[in-house]
Design a binder for this molecule. Sequence first.
Ligand code: ZN
Ligand code: ZN
Length: 236
Amino acid sequence: MPHAWKERFLHLVFPLICAQCRLDLPFPLSGPLCGRCLARLRPLEEPQCRRCGVPLERAPNHARDCPEPHRFLDCIRAAFAYSAPLPSLIHTFKYQNRRAVGRVLGGWMAGTYGRIPEIRGMDAVVPVPLHPRRLRQRGFNQAEILAHRVCECAGIPLENALERVRHTQPQWRLSRGKRSNNLARAIRASPGVSLRGKNCLLIDDICTTGRTLEECARALKSAGAARVCAYVLARD
Ligand SMILES: [Zn+2]
Ligand SMILES: [Zn+2]
């Protein structure tokens, strides 16, 4: 069977569905979205806080507006807002073990990277680490899959410079008051890693309060990093 026919046949037998609206994708679309859902994807627009990247109603004034001032993070930027179709895509990627979806998402992040001047000029790309126990459950670190695509596009080396030394509850499961204690000393620079004078770009899938990123930035700066910016797929 010629290659194109084989693809068409497989598509018929195993139809692919859109991760957002669940409709069958017409050949040759291979997803993760149908054309209509793809058109809903919007880059995160201005105005946003110059430091933490949170979308704002009006022009930024950091001192007045920043709801989550960070000590160690120099800035947070996101490729997209955390609105449809991003939540379904991220869910498909992380919980249905669809690495191919992750590579598409990473490609989109890489495509938007060049348009954000604040996160350029970096020396290393560092994925937010997973605890080994969660890594075994999931089989992959979602941040690392995203980070690989950003590295390829930006020509910056990937450094797995961080590790989780304590298993913690996901931040979204906890009340506001418990969140900072939950993460205290849960993340550290991997032994032997030196980041002296390097500018590091932290990568993760979602940023809500930025506490996990801040904890990572603290660890990176304690290992000598000069500047730490975070770049996430979606900003909640
Ligand atoms: Zn769709
Ligand atoms: Zn802010």
